[in-house]
Design a protein around this ligand. Structure first.
Ligand code: NAD
Ligand code: ZN
Length: 253
């Protein structure tokens, strides 16, 4: 059911939260736009400006790796300045209250961790852009190290252990999904009684399969997104409003 006015959306959501015992939030880029990080698919979003660099291209070409890191460094002031928004803070409140065991996110911005979720309870389907990782051995690198090497050599660096390329610790198009995260997300989706999809256009698969999985597993499904999504008909409640406005009333303790 789609509710048109914000106030009754918030009321119905509050009822569903009160009645639920295990709530699993699932977040997309929309929860972070109020923190200054653009999403992909809104008008003017990142998608419209930069064609994503697929994984095979990154692996095959030094030029693609250089371009990929140049873009990342350009975004750094934006990521660095971002603080958790009302949506992040509301979800962290429910987590502290014991209603939310863990959160599934498509985001790579580390804001759920910053809002108070333990790192182990943030299931990152698409990785994390706040550090680098060797695509061969998995060694972690601070962005400052990558930047220093890039500036010194004029090119994106390789791993000091195994000489494979260092990439942001994100999942690119064409790159394998993290198995652990997929497994844990499936278990969470199937064991909750309320699943809340927030700020996702629900078009990026396989991540977009989790709301459906939760619904099939018997959970009630809520979708909060200011634009229609592909799964609105499935949902028990659709709140087509701003996320900060919708979740602000749930920021507590
Ligand atoms: P998306 O860009 O496809 O969709 C975001 C949705 O959020 C849009 O439908 C938009 O209408 C909605 N939205 C934006 N701001 C909103 C607001 N304030 N209130 C309500 N709705 C709002 O994002 P996605 O589904 O997460 O998929 C894009 C992929 O890009 C993700 O898989 C993610 O890995 C990556 N990404 C991440 C970030 C981030 O970490 N913050 C930012 C951009 C892209
Ligand atoms: Zn390595």
């Amino acid at each position: 059911m789609i509710v048109s006015d914000l106030r009754s959306g918030v009321e119905q959501l509050g009822d569903m939260i009160a009645k639920a015992s295990v709530i699993v939030p699932f977040t997309g880029a929309g929860i972070s736009t109020e923190c200054g990080i653009p999403d992909f698919r809104s008008p003017g979003g990142l998608w419209t400006r930069n064609r994503p660099i697929p994984f095979d291209e990154f692996v095959a070409s030094q030029e693609a790796r250089d371009e990929s890191w140049r873009r990342r460094f350009t975004m750094e002031p934006t990521f660095k300045a971002a603080k958790p928004g009302r949506g992040h803070r509301a979800l962290a409140s429910l987590y502290r209250a014991g209603k939310v065991p863990a959160i599934i996110t498509q985001n790579i911005d580390n804001l759920h961790q910053m809002s108070g979720f333990a790192a182990a309870d943030v299931i990152e389907l698409h990785g994390n852009t706040t550090y680098g990782r060797c695509i061969g051995c998995g060694r972690h690198y601070a962005l400052s190290w990558v930047k220093m090497r890039f500036d010194a050599d004029g090119a994106a660096p390789d791993c000091i252990d195994c000489s494979e390329p260092v990439k942001t610790a994100t999942i690119s198009f064409g790159q394998a999904m993290p198995e652990d995260a997929m497994q844990r997300a499936a278990e969470l989706a199937q064991s909750c009684d309320l699943f809340i999809a927030i700020g996702s256009s629900l078009v990026v698969w396989p991540a977009a399969g989790f709301p459906l999985m939760a619904k099939n597993g018997g959970a009630r499904l809520v979708i909060i997104n200011r634009e229609p999504t592909e799964q609105d008909e499935l949902a028990d409640l659709v709140i087509r409003h701003d996320i900060g406005e919708t979740l602000g009333p749930f920021v507590g303790n």
